[in-house]
Each structure stands twice: as structure tokens, then as C-alpha cells.
Design a binder for this molecule. Structure first.
Ligand SMILES: [Zn+2]
Ligand SMILES: [Zn+2]
Length: 321
């Protein structure tokens, strides 16, 4: 029974062009491209143009408060949930914590858990070689090629349809997890709530429709835009700029700025050296807020079997100078 393929598929292993987004119904991956393009790139350009033409920035403290809270919650949904828990199984947890992290990740509009983890596992398997969905290094060595590589790694791979095919065989283990299936099966609901809740709170706060629109624009769309660019920056900048203390078969880098903004994910060379480790900031002076949260949840008894690397393993993999 366990080996039955996902609905609509003949068998595991074949790349597919659709993904379950709502109550077992499959949608073409084009929908993820369109959602990303419509909700992320368009508002980015609108905001940039508004700033350039000197429009009054129409934002209230309550919007900034909701934006900051949303970024932190959604950020942990992606880093602790989608990345460290679901993709790399770097710790174990209760169903309620797993479900909460899954929902917090889903509101960031980076696709359902199965889709995201399939892409990210392909990235680790083929890092910066053919088969890596978002390497900045595969578009040639001329400056045009480098620019194209950067754009592809940052958003081209997810925005333009056809650049990546979701592969169900990479997420066989997750597909068997009822919590993952439950969250993914309601993906569009979480996306809707991620935009509707800040609109509702913004409206209730001021008692006006205008307040609801401001909440929607800044803490809804604005949060999605910033979260997307943060995640994409790990794929683009995180494979281009920074230090490479560990011997890995790729161009991953440690970047302090990305680590601070990205809740610890910027220690990306560490992560490629030890993908299963729940802790990415593994050496002295490497802050890792996502790991701090995992450790806090472990102290509460909600998280266990937290995978970490030893000093000896770190020593062995450091590049010989
Ligand atoms: Zn990487
Ligand atoms: Zn990873």
C-alpha cells in the first residue's frame, strides 16, 4: 500500500508537471509559476517604482509590526520546517509542531511541502552541476552568462514554466507522512489565510477598508515578497559570495549577512558540508536563530533526536590550507 503513487501518477520516479494544491486535486506547475510571478515580481516592481517616483510611503506602525511578526513566523516555517525538518529530517517532533511549521512555511507561497522539498533535495544531489534546479554557475563564464546564471538562480527557475519538473520519487518518505499530506492538501487555504489575516487585522485596527488594504499590501504581499527574495538569495548570493571553509563539491558559501537576515541559513557552505545537521552555524561566532528555536523546542520536550556534527567531523572536513 505504501508504494502506491500519488493520485494521478502511474508510478513513483517519473517527473510530473502537476502538484496537489487543494483537496487531492492536481494543478499544473504553471500555477506555481503564475502565483510567484503575480504575487512576488509584480509587487516588487510596483514598490521599486513607487520609491523611485517619490510617492509617499503609505505604511503605519501596525503594518510594520504585522510585517515583522509575519517575517519571523514565516521565516521559521521555511528554515526550521520546510528546510531542516521536512527536507533534511534533522530532528523529530510531535505532529502538532510539524503541522504548525508546515502551515507557517506554506503561507510564504514557495509551493507545497512535497514540491519544495523535491526541488531542494535535487539541489543537494546535483549542487552546481546538471540537474541542480537553481545553480548560478551553469549559464556560461562570460559576464552575460554570469548575469543570466544569477537571475536563473534567484527567480528564473521558479518563475518561468518548464525550468524544473517536480519529481515525486525524491519525497517518497514525506508522501507517507499523514501530517505532510494534510498540510499540502490544503495549500491554497494557507496561502489565502496568509494574505487575509493581515488584511482583517489591519481593517479591525483602524475600522476602515483603507486599513484592511494597507494590512494586505504591507503585511500580506510585502511579507511574501521579502520572504521570497530572502530564500532566493540563499540560492543565488549563497552560491556566489562569501567564504568556503569546507571541502564540498559545489560553490556554496558562508555569508554572515545572509546568515543574520536568513535566520542562520546563510552558513550555506557549512550546510552543504553537513546537510543533515540541525545546526548550520556550527563553528564559534556563527549565530543561527533557527537552531536556537530548535534547541528551545527540544528543552520543552517538543523536539528530539536533534542531529548535530561533532568537533572531530568538523575538523576532518575543513579545507586544508
Ligand atoms: Zn545550496
Ligand atoms: Zn538544504
Amino acid at each position: 500500500m505504501d508504494d502506491l503513487p500519488p493520485p494521478g501518477l502511474q508510478k513513483f520516479g517519473e517527473p510530473v508537471e502537476s502538484v496537489v494544491l487543494w483537496r487531492g486535486r492536481r494543478f499544473g506547475l504553471d500555477l506555481i509559476n503564475v502565483l510567484t510571478l503575480g504575487t512576488v515580481l509584480v509587487p516588487t516592481f510596483v514598490i521599486v517604482i513607487l520609491v523611485i517616483v517619490g510617492w509617499q510611503v503609505w505604511v503605519r506602525p501596525i503594518d510594520l509590526l504585522m510585517l515583522g511578526t509575519g517575517l519571523l513566523l514565516g521565516g521559521f516555517g521555511i528554515t526550521v520546517g520546510y528546510h531542516r525538518l521536512f527536507t533534511h529530517s534533522s530532528f523529530r517532533t510531535k505532529p502538532v509542531v510539524k503541522g504548525t511549521l508546515g502551515i507557517l512555511g506554506a503561507v510564504c507561497m514557495q509551493g507545497p511541502i512535497l514540491f519544495w522539498c523535491s526541488c531542494h533535495r535535487a539541489h543537494h544531489q546535483h549542487s552546481d552541476r546538471d540537474g541542480d534546479p537553481h545553480s548560478p554557475h551553469l549559464s556560461g563564464d562570460t559576464w552575460i552568462g554570469k548575469l543570466r546564471g544569477f537571475m536563473h538562480a534567484h527567480f528564473g527557475w521558479i518563475v518561468f514554466s518548464g525550468s524544473y519538473r517536480y519529481n515525486a520519487s525524491r519525497v517518497h518518505d514525506l508522501y507517507r507522512d499523514p501530517v505532510v499530506r494534510w498540510v499540502d492538501d490544503r495549500y491554497l487555504l494557507w496561502v489565502f489565510l496568509g494574505l487575509a489575516v493581515p488584511a482583517l487585522l489591519g481593517g479591525l485596527w483602524s475600522g476602515t477598508i483603507e486599513g484592511a488594504i494597507q494590512g494586505f499590501v504591507w503585511a500580506g504581499l510585502g511579507r511574501v515578497v521579502l520572504m521570497q527574495h530572502m530564500t532566493w538569495a540563499i540560492n543565488s548570493f549563497g552560491h556566489l559570495f562569501g567564504s568556503k571553509p569546507f571541502e564540498t563539491n559545489d560553490e556554496s558559501r558562508n555569508n554572515r549577512l545572509l546568515a543574520l537576515l536568513g535566520l542562520g541559513e546563510g552558513w550555506h557552505n557549512n550546510h552543504h558540508a553537513f546537510p543533515q545537521s540541525a545546526r548550520h552555524g556550527i563553528r564559534k561566532g556563527e549565530p543561527d536563530l533557527s537552531f536556537d528555536l530548535i534547541r528551545f523546542l527540544e528543552k520543552l520536550g517538543w523536539v528530539w533526536d536533534v542531529r548535530q556534527v561533532t568537533e572531530k567531523q568538523i575538523e576532518q572536513k575543513l579545507r586544508k590550507r
